[in-house]
Design a protein around this ligand. Sequence first.
Ligand code: NAD
Length: 475
Amino acid sequence: MNSTSELGLYINGNWRRGEGRDNHKVINPATGAAIADLPLATPADLDEALEATARGFAHWRTVDVNERAAILHKVAGLIRERAEDIAVLLTTEQGKPLAEARTEVLSCASQFDYFAEEAKRSYGRVLVRPTGQRALVLKQPVGPVAAFSPWNFPVNLMCKKMAAALAAGCSIIAKPPEETPFCTSAIMQCVIDGGVPGAVAQLVYGVPDMVSRHLIASPVIRKVSFTGSVPVGKHLLKLAADGVKRTTMELGGHAPVLVFDDCDLEKAIKLSSTQKFRNAGQVCISPTRFYVQEGIYDRFVAGFAEATKKVQVGNGLDDGTIMGPLANDRRPPAIERLVRDATDKGAKLLTGGERGDGGYFYQPTVLADVPMTADIMTDEPFGPVALIRPFKDFDEAITQANRLPFGLAAYAFTENARQANLVADALDTGMVGLNSFVISMPDAPFGGVKESGFGSEGGPEGLDSYYVTKAVHQY
Ligand code: NAD
């Protein structure tokens, strides 16, 4: 993983290597060392990709859905075959422990398999008129897609977009993050080797603002899919509005967890303290604001802090590592600022609160009695920090949970089935986990409400976002 020549852009069926292009330094976040130079797309590269994607779409939309599905299944098989190698690349450039990287890579294969099959069942409707006439409602692929995905789940989030778009018959230009090009390029090689034509799926890296402006401004692009922060999502929405383009926006979150007196406390502590530190908390659905009912508050806080002290931090490639470094040099100072602000305002620091040595490490951190005035109660920390506060009753818990402009994921722990249903109904989010944090799978819609975005990825809803409908009236 140290050869510049390994990295490139995949445009119009060819890998383009350095060849005088500007570069981005790829860093191993566990050491801070530069491991490669990534060539960045020029406007001419993007123009070539746009011309190819228009051609690719004209072809791919006419390929029988069963043939498309067979190709996508082949891609899934190749990802499974190469999963171990791709997982090592992912850990080396992103930081997450190898076990998490393996799970992420395998989830990509599941997405290709799922959307391959689901697209076969994308039927339209027939409207039967008493006069013997018929109207048909057809689903057709929306057109060439520009897809922007972030560095926290670099392969999973790229594949969510790519698998659904390709299954629906769209062509796609993917721009995964510049921080993690080895793993995304390795997935792209599976897409190529599986038989997706070169003009149909393309891969570019570049200066994000230049690439997104250039692609979205082109009349060729008919759909924009973005996963990332709320401010960037709003910016891309404005760009897309100029061309009245379809968009799917999966933006930030600040997930509340409501822990009721009647929960299985041991389970709530175990799952919470495990999930909080998955991918070092750099997860849009990461459990973050723990609201715990007064009767069990002290026990929950003590148990959570104890469990957190046992989380082993280290290089994701080392055996026994439970939490790796943060993914890039922007995260440690951002977390440090938020934690300092909270403790200055009176939050109790139970464990963590410091950076680690070398690389971009930050200790797993638990803050209790966090004042509402702390910035971290409002700003998404996107890091390994748990915030714990007590609540009295159901109404207070729901008010607190729904307080922010975010509405992505929320969780609740209660053994009372009726209460669980009432909580699920009242939470103003796109996803709810009851007694579990497992809410992302290929067949379920994944997405938020309010400023967390709109549209779904995953499930039939995710596939639908790559179709337009056409009504054909026969007389
Ligand atoms: P950022 O807001 O600059 O970037 C977020 C993502 O958007 C990155 O992947 C980046 O490459 C991309 N991006 C930035 N500007 C873009 C543009 N003009 N056009 C297209 N893509 C663009 O910040 P960051 O430091 O990378 O991440 C910080 C915050 O972003 C986090 O605190 C978190 O809130 C959010 N984030 C969310 C997710 C998610 O899964 N929803 C993933 C990564 C980051």
